[in-house]
Design a protein around this ligand. Structure first.
Ligand SMILES: Nc1nc2c(c(=O)[nH]1)N[C@H]1C(S)=C(S)[C@@H](COP(=O)(O)OP(=O)(O)OC[C@H]3O[C@@H](n4cnc5c(=O)[nH]c(N)nc54)[C@H](O)[C@@H]3O)O[C@H]1N2
Ligand SMILES: Nc1nc2c(c(=O)[nH]1)N[C@H]1C(S)=C(S)[C@@H](COP(=O)(O)OP(=O)(O)OC[C@H]3O[C@@H](n4cnc5c(=O)[nH]c(N)nc54)[C@H](O)[C@@H]3O)O[C@H]1N2
Ligand code: SF4
Ligand SMILES: [Mo]
Length: 743
């Protein structure tokens, strides 16, 4: 029996990265409490983090490899059997026409060290450009705006939430989601503190959310109109000469041009389309401009909508022209301990955009991936280069991508599919082989990627709490084995493969640190797997010891000696070195963006659909995958929410079973009335719809909920610059169900 008491563990579920203290009895998590001494989260946590034990001990979790048999059922298999099957079938697709084998890697992968460091090995071994992830249905409009303005899509600008005098949030509900592209444990508390110190919080959201309830001002905007609204705000700043050129960094070009663009979007011009009174737009503009420091922050609601890139560009423009870029209390850039695109001297010659194109629709690559809306058609459309095999790692595209019926039709049409995943869910039920990751307690943790979003420069690491048990493989070992099998290599051990990865990583780290590669490699010789790669990154990162050149600098050993983390202080100004644009300038009016403005202008004068569907997140949810393990409070939580006035107009009452119909299909849901929604807007959560044969998620299949993404279009209605689906602002009709409608 393994007993562990109050061991440190960073929660891997959401972007808040809370520090937890964990007890383990007989390898099972028996108790979790928040860590009050964590340098960043200081005692914050939520029901999900405290429920990690339930998540780990879920009886439905996959714990051994599963192989599909001739009769179509899964049977448990040994790792050797599972890898033998993959070795026999996968190489054909890897060596076939490019694109024959695709990969989809999902959200949890961004939170784990194993995937952060070893997924790239698998992708390289597959030699495919058909790489998909939820990034293209999540952040791309924001990434694109950042690529065009600052030169990197990952080193995003952050609201300096702990010091700002004025925060404008658009399309995010951090009190429930705990924040996104902002890593700030305890968002609700930070927002309360902002107000307590005399600051102002403004929330732009069609719904009076729990976040809006904390605000000084809530602007109940019509979905999809954030770009118009922000242009309206900018036009007020232009008209009232409220921009502050003296505070704008000298690298910024295009101030007069961007203000000129705004002039044709006065509050009177845009107000009716936004459903916002012109005076309210003026009030938002004046409040923002008058604050000593101010910053705007946007997320899902203003990304996954019709004008997502324009809206996210304008968020940055607003912060820049009011003189709030790269200043305390404004928009700043983190300095991630493990380094990354905004610390490395990367080439700026060619933006990571449109370097290749999808076969069927010709949609452009961005940041090394194709838009995920291409996945289904690349499988279903005949012709050379058709995708015939797929690997999924920590993803549930069958519920997370738009047009889920299309996605599942495609998964059924695959010749071979491997899933690295811990559930048999809507996606993995189509796999031929499922390979399960081991329990959380066997993994070390440091957030390499999310450190780019940290609102304070901190470094933390929590080590594995127990060793792998008999029959468990670390996820990085699984990924390395898959990579070797893809290349048809069977001879070498995982340890040998790992050494090869480390040699390359050491070379890169040595170059960054200005030391000899042998020295970097030798300095980390005592470690293996992700710990070794992390040590290389930390030591060659911005606080690193440069392999001994800077005694006292950051190393993994130093973090092990500081289990509550090390605080490197508040965000620091980083211009101009943070810029990765050609010439190191910030062009406020990128051509690609300006070219999209006529489309925005045209939207001013078109009829508004009667009802627009938007998404809402739920406190205990994490996209599609916690519903089985974590008790959900009540069965109405999947309900369609509607404003009582709209319900009366449609002769609907609370508790009705309704049919929600979009241009794609219909789903049924229970109706709940809620005056927090603005009229003309209805909402549902995504990730539900746990239906159909073959699921091994007993609890969620018993309360399946409505499948939001069945309703969302994956072809015609896309944001044109990023091919992002329009999750928010789906035109729908809502009618009472008849007896014959499916349940
Ligand atoms: N509890 C929970 N937490 C999560 C997740 C989860 O599923 N559940 N998922 C995690 C993930 S992967 C992510 S990316 C983050 C996302 O984190 P957030 O970006 O905070 O996402 P949401 O909570 O969906 O908030 C989006 C808000 O946008 C509003 N909205 C909808 N349409 C529009 C519009 O057109 N304009 C404006 N201005 N607002 C609009 C919605 O009403 C909603 O309040 O959350 C993470 N955290
Ligand atoms: N309508 C609508 N759709 C949306 C969104 C929305 O707001 N509205 N949000 C979008 C966003 S922001 C996101 S990020 C995507 C999420 O899209 P996905 O990442 O595709 O979906 P998840 O539901 O996060 O699925 C995670 C999968 O990882 C598995 N898993 C969990 N932990 C591990 C692990 O440690 N290792 C491995 N190998 N597997 C693991 C789970 O069992 C599950 O199958 O959904 C998107 N879809
Ligand atoms: S807020 Fe996020 S990181 Fe913190 S405990 Fe909850 S799920 Fe985990
Ligand atoms: Mo996400």
């Amino acid at each position: 029996m393994t007993t562990v008491r109050a061991a440190h563990r960073i929660c891997p579920l959401c972007e808040s990265t809370c520090g937890l203290l964990v007890d383990i009895d007989d390898r099972r998590i028996s108790r979790i409490t928040p860590n009050p001494r964590d340098v960043f989260s200081a005692g914050h946590s939520c029901a999900k983090g405290l429920g990690l034990g339930a998540l780990e001990s879920d009886p439905d979790r996959v714990r051994t490899p599963l192989l599909r048999t001739a009769s179509g059922e899964f049977r448990t298999a040994t790792w050797d059997e599972a890898f033998a099957e993959i070795g026999r079938r996968l190489p054909e697709y890897v060596s076939g026409a490019p694109g024959s084998c695709a990969i989809y890697h999902g959200n949890p992968g961004a939170h784990h060290l194993d995937t952060t460091f070893y997924l790239g090995e698998l992708i390289a071994a597959l030699g495919t450009r058909n790489i998909y992830s939820p990034a293209s249905v999540d952040t791309w409009p924001k990434n694109l705006a950042h690529i065009l303005l600052y030169g990197t899509g990952l080193g995003l600008s952050l609201p300096d939430i702990d010091r700002t005098d004025h925060l404008l949030i658009l399309g995010s509900n951090p009190v429930v989601s705990n924040g996104s592209t902002i890593t700030a444990p305890g968002m609700a508390e930070r927002l309360r503190r902002l107000r307590a110190r005399g600051g102002t919080l403004v929330v732009v959201d069609p719904v009076r959310t729990d976040t809006a309830a904390l605000a000084d001002l809530h602007v109940p905007i019509r979905p999809g109109t954030d770009a118009l609204f922000l242009f309206g705000v900018l036009s007020v700043l232009a008209a009232e000469r409220a921009v502050r050129p003296e505070r704008i960094p000298e690298q910024v070009d295009g101030l007069p041009e961007v203000l000129d663009l705004a002039r044709e979007f006065s509050p009177e011009d845009v107000g009716p389309a936004c459903g916002v009174e012109p005076e309210l737009i003026r009030r938002v503009a004046r409040g923002f401009a008058a604050a000593d420091s101010a910053v705007a922050h946007s997320r899902m609601g203003s990304c996954m909508q019709e004008f997502g890139t324009l809206a996210n560009w304008l968020v940055e423009v607003l912060t820049i022209v009011t003189g709030n870029l790269d200043r305390p209390g404004g928009a700043m850039f983190a300095l991630p301990p493990g380094g990354g695109p905004n610390t490395w001297p990367i080439s700026t010659a060619r933006p990571m955009l449109g370097r290749w194109w999808s076969r069927v629709r010709g949609l452009p690559e961005a940041m090394g991936e194709l838009p995920a809306v291409c996945l289904a058609e690349e499988i279903l459309t005949p012709g050379p280069g058709r995708t015939r095999a797929l690997i999924t790692v920590a993803g549930n595209p069958a519920r997370s991508l738009p047009n889920t019926a299309h996605v599942e039709e495609a998964l059924r049409a695959l010749e071979f599919m491997v899933s690295v995943d811990c559930y048999v869910n809507e996606t993995t039920r189509h796999a031929d082989v499922i390979l399960p990751p081991p329990p959380l307690a066997t993994r070390g943790h440091h957030d390499v990627t999310l450190a780019h979003f940290q609102v304070r420069n901190v470094a933390r690491y929590t080590p594995p709490l127990v060793d792998l048990a008999e029959g468990e493989l670390a996820e990085w070992q699984i990924l390395l084995r898959l990579a070797a099998l893809a290349k048809g290599e069977t001879g070498r051990t995982t340890a040998e493969l790992d050494d090869e990865v480390a040699v390359v990583a050491a070379r890169r780290a040595a170059k960054l640190a200005g030391v000899a590669p042998d020295r970097a490699y030798a300095s980390t010789a005592g470690r293996r797997g992700p710990q070794r790669l992390l040590d290389l990154r930390l030591r060659s990162g911005p606080y690193g010891d440069r392999f001994g050149e800077e005694p006292g600098g950051l190393t993994l050993a130093l973090l092990e000696a500081h289990p509550d983390g090390i605080d490197y202080g508040p965000l620091r100004p980083r211009l101009p070195e943070v810029l990765r644009t050609p010439g190191g300038r910030i062009d406020l009016v990128p051509e690609m963006i300006v070219a999209d403005i006529p489309r925005l202008r045209a939207s001013l004068v078109r009829p508004v659909p009667e009802l627009l569907l938007i998404n809402r997140r739920q406190r205990r949810g994490m996209n599609s995958w916690l519903h089985n393990a974590l008790p959900q409070p009540d069965d109405g939580q999947c309900a369609l929410l509607m404003n009582p006035g709209d319900a009366a107009g449609h002769r609907l009452v609370d508790g009705d079973r309704v049919l929600v119909t979009s241009p794609v299909t219909s789903v049924t849901a229970e109706l709940r009335l809620d005056d927090a929604l603005r009229p003309g807007v209805v909402s549902m959560p995504h990730g539900w719809g746990h239906r159909g044969p073959g699921l091994r998620t007993t609890r969620s299949a018993a309360a399946p909920g409505a499948d939001y993404n069945a309703l969302v279009d994956d072809t015609a209605a896309l944001e044109p610059l990023t091919a992002a689906p329009i999750f928010n602002g789906v035109p729908v009709t809502v009618t009472r169900c008849r007896e014959e409608d499916p349940r």
